[in-house]
Ligand binder design. Structure first.
Ligand code: FMN
Length: 187
């Protein structure tokens, strides 16, 4: 795909076919994350690639912030958990840049995936401690995000459609509401 088409067509995917992701595509996704910029190039990210069916099911059904809210990720052939070691990142202006480092790298991974038709959905609605217990993640590491990766089902599930409507996923603020020119307040 043209780069701009990757951006224009990307959307969160919440219903997956069980088709495997080819190794070269998975490797390209991981490489896209590895090459991301990070604060002081400290690369505080660590990614756990989960392909084991049982572990995927545990993440999907037993790590939700509320109940089984993430049940839909169990069908995806791969779940990637994006972790950070905050001690390897930078704190400036009272901002924890490990969150930024992870966000950039994970988004690069998601865009690289979508370039090959592999969908994803950023997830924050998980119980961090439960994810840590399932994957043996040490206390000093933060779990920033996770996402299923897989090919979208031809027909999106009802849940997928309902959530998109609930989240208003197609809406974006107009440029004239978010861009200011030269100074704060000059839209
Ligand atoms: C930081 C972050 C957290 C999110 N958490 C969840 C989540 O827990 N569950 C979910 O289904 N979608 C989650 N999303 C996906 C958003 O709902 C989605 O990106 C938004 O509605 C825009 O839709 P689009 O991605 O299809 O363009 C999250 C997205 C971001 C960036």
């Amino acid at each position: 795909m043209e780069f701009i088409d990757v951006i224009l067509s990307r959307k969160s995917v919440r219903s997956f076919s069980e088709e495997e992701i080819p190794e070269n595509v998975l490797n390209e996704m991981l490489e896209a994350a590895r090459l991301s910029p990070s604060s002081q190039n400290r690369q505080c990210w660590r990614f756990i690639v989960v392909q084991n069916k049982e572990t995927r099911e545990r993440l999907a059904l037993k790590s939700g912030l509320i109940g089984k809210v993430n049940f839909f990720i169990k069908d995806a052939p791969v779940i990637i958990v994006a972790c950070a070691d905050p001690s390897k990142s930078v704190k400036l202006n009272k901002q924890n840049y490990y969150l930024v480092d992870i966000a950039i790298a994970f988004q690069q991974m998601m865009l690289a995936a979508w370039n090959h038709g592999v969908g994803s959905c950023w997830l924050a609605a998980f119980d961090e401690q439960k994810v840590k217990d399932i994957l043996n993640i040490p206390d000093n590491i933060r779990v920033v995000a996770m996402s299923p990766f897989g090919y979208p089902k031809e027909k999106a599930s009802l849940y997928d459609k309902a959530l998109k409507t609930f989240a208003g996923s197609k809406k974006r603020l107009d440029l004239n509401k978010i861009i200011m020119w030269e100074k704060w307040g000059k839209y």
